[in-house]
Design a protein around this ligand. Structure first.
Ligand code: HEM
Ligand SMILES: *[C@@H]1O[C@H](CO)[C@@H](O)[C@H](O)[C@H]1NC(C)=O
Length: 322
């Protein structure tokens, strides 16, 4: 664990150390004695859930990402607050984050098999992996044994989660704060190949670019901008957009779209404002690139953020034990 933390700080030592340190974590066999069927039950439930609605894979992937960026992957994003000041109430999450009911369903199935053993954080990490793989991603190893955190604050989520209006440098900073590199930021943005977005996240670009009322981001392909405005008329923030042309398939079309100036968010478009970013977007937009492998490696690293933090195994994912 100490090795891992230092690996994060000394990005110079980079991948080798991180890879070998990650292997020192409790493995996927963490529950092999205490709940031997847990991993299988989770996969079975996720398969059932994704069969009902493929698009929910995007919801589960984003839920895991937003969990990991705030206090590490400790299921803090799942906690309810009576005062509406938990992570789920923060600006990037409120009203749009999806997958809570699905996680509760999976947790119930796991609890029926062995009560109080499997953490919500592990369930979320496995569910995000299994769902994303079911729609076409390559698999990644999920180390198990996370504990569920006791604290969840909207202010922390607002500060740590990347902004859809963010510049390349701001995005690099957000990812750097949790030990992820700029290359990993670019490849993990490829998560935008699945799922959906509310118009709320796109409207500032369409109607108030750079804070100028009535102005549209000139970097958007004009035909695409017109399409977006049709789908997202002013002040209909609840309408829904596809993340890319194939919203239920994990493929390279997100990168193709970004390269053609048809990315949804400024953060997507801004990948092209950096030489490194543009080169990677171009590479990942071509068939046969290392996109699926690099994405899986990035996800494995993301899923290990904050390893070793203290906590409990929650009985119910939306509340701490009492
Ligand atoms: C680079 C910085 C990022 C920014 C600024 C960003 C921002 C956003 C925004 C604004 C939405 C739409 C929310 C809505 O209004 O419904 C969204 C959706 C989504 N994001 Fe990101 N994101 C980033 C990185 C990532 C990463 C690293 C992943 C996963 C590896 C990811 C996965 C997703 C998915 C799957 C959706 C669709 C959610 C759904 O279907 O409910 N994003 N993102
Ligand atoms: C446009 O952006 C500015 C600056 O971010 C903000 O103060 C203003 O409220 C926005 N206007 C609308 C209509 O959203």
């Amino acid at each position: 664990m100490e090795l891992y933390r230092r690996g994060c700080v000394l990005s110079l030592l980079g991948l080798l150390i991180l890879a070998s340190a990650a292997d020192a974590y409790p493995s996927g066999g963490y529950y092999s004695k205490s709940c031997p069927n847990a991993v299988t039950i989770i996969k079975k439930k996720v398969t059932e859930i994704v069969r009902e609605n493929k698009n929910i894979a995007g919801g589960l992937l984003r839920l895991h990402f937003h969990d990991c960026f705030v206090r590490g992957c400790d299921a803090s994003v799942l906690l309810n607050s009576p005062n509406s000041d938990a992570e789920k109430d923060a600006l990037p999450n409120a009203g749009v984050l999806r997958g809570f009911d699905e996680i509760d369903r999976i947790k119930a199935a796991v609890e029926a098999e062995c009560a109080g053993v499997v953490s919500c954080a592990d369930i979320l990490a496995l569910a995000a992996r299994d769902a994303t793989v079911l729609v076409g991603a390559k698999s990644w190893e999920v180390n198990l044994g996370r504990k569920d955190g006791l604290i969840s604050k909207d202010t922390e989520a607002n500060a740590k989660l990347p902004n859809p209006l963010g510049t390349f440098d701001e995005l690099v900073q957000n990812f750097g704060a949790v030990g992820l590199s700029q290359e990993e930021m670019v490849v993990l943005s490829g998560g935008h190949t699945i799922g959906r977005s509310s118009c709320r996240s796109v409207e500032p670009r369409l109607y108030n670019f750079s804070g100028v009322a009535g102005s549209t981001d000139p970097s958007i392909d004009p035909k695409f901008a017109a399409e977006l405005k049709k789908k997202c008329p002013k002040n209909q923030q609840g309408s829904i957009l596809s993340m890319d042309p194939t919203k239920n398939t994990f493929d390279l079309l997100y990168f193709k779209a970004v390269l053609a100036n048809k990315g949804l968010f400024e953060s997507d478009a801004n990948l092209l404002t950096s030489a490194v970013g543009k080169q990677l977007v171009r590479k990942y937009s071509k068939p046969g690139s290392s996109f699926l492998d690099d994405f899986a490696a990035g996800m494995r690293k993301m899923s290990n953020i904050g390893w070793g933090s203290e906590g409990e195994v929650r009985k119910v994912c939306s509340a701490v034990n009492h």
